[in-house]
Design a protein around this ligand. Structure first.
Ligand code: G6P
Length: 369
């Protein structure tokens, strides 16, 4: 296969790109994130302009949409600005409330997604300021936006997005912190804490990649499953949603990601003896709540795999399997945690003999509607 050389010795582009994530994240943070806070060289958006902004919308598709959900969470947490995150295919057809006081943030790996591009055009017609977060220099989205932040992840070939996602999330966190400082809602010390946390992420991703053998063993044992549930609270919900999307995309296993507290309002009816539930529990403020949700699904026979930070290993008495991630600032867990879920999706797909880099029915970039 002529493409083999480009895979640099890896079986798949997806694996190569997952392994490249520490470097990609470093490139994203470089020159922007330092102990004193975040700067974006060349960004036109400034304090004066922010004074006139009374609405922020984040619009994207697929994996980038999930980065947008994490973005909303941290814009609200750090900058105390309320944000709507919406799929571009919905936004463009619903006569959105958008005017000259709106900041529209679009996220797109390729910079060519048709629905996202249409959302930009609609918002610009109505006077909005458009800031694009994209990976491809000179792409249509980069050209049409008023401002651009490049993710700098390097080329992504595999259909299932991995390094683009972690760098999009990194950009969202930096942007949230940047806007929090611009609008005076965030203390300088908070900005430093977030930057400090972000600078740890390349090393933390490295640690996640070192657990491949454990994840592969889990996948080899469980690849015959027909569905899988993910649950989380707070930012762990969005990590769950992205993990679930990865799994569907490449392994064709049906899966759902749910807000842990919502399980009892429906999906818990689907839990049977042996159903695997991945409980993402990286957030201290809702840890006890996650524990009670774990007990609820265990009582229905679920086989629970919990992901916890170091220090919470004792959850092992409550669940069937634990993956312990290093201890870290709760506000950056979205970045390293997704890597475990990417690897889980990858090794389940490989164990099932799926064509990981070219999943059926999917395209890398959807440039026609
Ligand atoms: C396709 C790809 C996804 C991607 C989505 C949005 O569906 O398969 O991986 O997340 O498009 O693409 P974009 O290039 O706009 O991020």
């Amino acid at each position: 296969d002529p493409g083999d050389a480009e895979k640099g010795g890896y079986d798949h582009f997806m694996l190569k790109e997952m392994v490249e994530q520490p470097k990609a994240m470093m490139e994203t943070l470089m020159g922007r994130c330092c102990e004193s806070g975040v700067t974006f060289a060349g960004l036109k958006l400034n304090t004066e302009m922010m004074k006139n902004i009374n609405r922020i919308q984040i619009v994207a598709c697929g994996t980038a949409y999930h980065a947008g959900m994490v973005g909303k969470y941290y814009f609200e947490k750090f900058a105390r600005i309320s944000v709507e995150t919406e799929a571009a295919s919905e936004y463009r057809y619903k006569d959105p409330i958008v005017d000259k006081n709106t900041l529209l943030i679009v996220i797109s790996q390729s910079g060519e997604t048709a629905d996202t591009l249409a959302a930009i055009r609609l918002a610009k017609e109505r006077g909005a300021w458009v800031l694009a977060v994209t990976n491809v220099v000179g792409s249509s989205i980069a050209r049409e936006a008023d401002d651009v932040i490049y993710t700098n992840a390097g080329p992504e070939i595999a259909v299932a997005s991995t390094k683009a996602y972690v760098t999009q999330v990194g950009c969202m966190m930096m942007l949230a912190s940047f806007l929090g400082e611009l609008n005076g809602k965030m203390e300088k010390a908070e900005g430093s804490r977030i930057c400090h946390g972000l600078m740890m992420t390349p090393g933390l991703i490295e640690k996640a990649l070192e657990t491949q053998a454990v994840i592969k063993a889990f996948a080899d044992k469980n690849h015959k499953i027909y569905d899988l549930f993910y649950m989380g609270r707070g930012v762990d919900l969005y990590t769950s949603m992205e993990g679930s999307l990865k799994l569907k995309e490449i392994s064709y296993i049906h899966s759902e990601a749910y807000a842990a507290g919502e399980l009892k309002h429906g999906p818990i009816a689907l839990i049977e003896d042996g159903t695997i539930v991945v409980a993402v529990c990286t957030q201290e403020n809702v840890f006890e709540k996650m524990l009670s949700n774990i007990k609820e699904v265990k009582a229905r026979g679920a086989h629970v795999l919990a992901i916890v930070q170091e220090g919470h290993q004792d959850i092992a008495t409550e669940v069937d399997e634990v993956w312990v991630i290093p201890e870290m600032d709760d506000d950056i867990t979205a970045i390293p945690t997704i890597v475990y879920l990417q690897l889980l999706a990858y090794y389940l797909a490989v164990a099932r003999g799926c064509d990981v880099d070219k999943p059926k029915n999917l395209a890398k970039s959807v440039t026609v509607e």
